[in-house]
Design a binder for this molecule. Structure first.
Ligand code: DX5
Ligand code: ZN
Length: 216
C-alpha cells in the first residue's frame, strides 16, 4: 500500500489556517493531522474545539485527530461531531483502553492508539485487533520541531510483526521528527502513515515538501 502523509497543523500559521488548509487540500497530503494538547498529559496547550471547527470548515481530507489529553473518553462524541475521521488516544492516558476504542468506533470514527517513546509495543498484544491505527511517537509528545528518536525503527519492526502475527489490519503511523532523512527507511520498516509538522510548514515550498515525502 502506498504510504500516507499527514501534515501536522501544529506547525501551520495559526493566523492563516484557511490558507494552510487550502494548501493541504491541493497537495499530495492524505490526511490533516490535528494535535490536541491539554497542558496536563503533555506540558503544552495547543488548541481545542473552536480551532478544530474552523479547520474542519476548510479541510477536504480526513481529519486525523491526535489527543494528547487525560481522560479522553469525556470528549469522544464531541470530536465525532466535529468530523474527526480517526481519533487517536494515548495508551498512557486510558485506564480502560478497550472501552475507549469501542466508544470511538460506535461514534463512527476509526480508533487509534498512540504510544509514548518509552511505552513498549508488546503492551498492545491483546488489543491490536481492535485498533485501526497505532501512532508511534518518535519524539516526546508536546511540541513540534524535536529530533527523531532512532529507537523508533525497532518499534516499527516489532509492531509490524505483531500486526502480521495477529492478522490485524492496523495501520502504523509515525509522529515526530519526520523528514526526508528518515521517511524512506520508516516506510521500508513498515510505516503506513507519516506525520510531519515542521518539516512541511517551515519549508520554503510546503506542497513540494509533501510531495517529496510521499514519493521518496
Ligand atoms: C508532537 C505532535 C506531533 C508534532 C510533529 O507532540 O504529536 O504531531 O506536531 O511535529 P514535527 O513534525 O515538527 O516533529
Ligand atoms: Zn501528533
Amino acid at each position: 500500500m502506498k504510504k500516507r502523509i499527514a501534515p501536522s497543523l501544529l506547525a501551520a500559521d495559526f493566523a492563516n489556517l484557511q490558507r494552510d488548509s487550502e494548501m493541504l487540500n491541493t497537495s499530495e497530503a492524505d490526511w490533516f493531522h490535528i494535535d490536541i494538547m491539554d497542558g496536563v498529559f503533555v506540558p503544552n496547550i495547543s488548541f481545542g474545539m473552536p480551532v478544530l471547527k474552523a479547520i474542519a470548515r476548510h479541510a477536504k481530507k480526513p481529519l486525523d485527530v491526535h489527543l494528547m489529553i487525560v481522560d479522553p473518553d469525556r470528549y469522544i462524541e464531541e470530536f465525532a461531531a466535529l468530523n474527526a475521521a480517526i481519533l487517536t488516544v494515548h495508551y498512557e492516558a486510558c485506564t480502560h483502553l478497550h472501552r475507549s476504542l469501542q466508544k470511538i468506533k460506535s461514534c463512527g470514527m476509526k480508533a487509534g492508539v498512540a504510544l509514548n517513546p518509552h511505552t513498549p509495543v508488546h503492551l498492545l498484544k491483546d488489543i491490536i485487533q481492535d485498533i485501526d491505527l497505532v501512532c508511534l511517537m518518535s519524539v516526546n509528545p508536546g511540541f513540534g520541531g524535536q529530533s527523531f528518536i532512532e529507537q523508533t525503527f525497532e518499534k516499527v519492526k516489532e509492531l509490524k510483526a505483531l500486526i502480521n502475527q495477529k492478522g490485524a489490519a492496523t495501520l502504523i503511523e509515525i509522529d515526530g521528527g519526520v523528514t526526508d532523512a528518515n521517511a524512506k527507511a520508516l516506510t521500508e520498516a513498515g510505516a503506513d502513515v507519516l506525520v510531519a509538522g515542521s518539516f512541511v510548514f517551515k519549508s520554503d515550498d510546503p506542497k513540494a515538501t509533501i510531495a517529496k515525502l510521499k514519493f521518496i
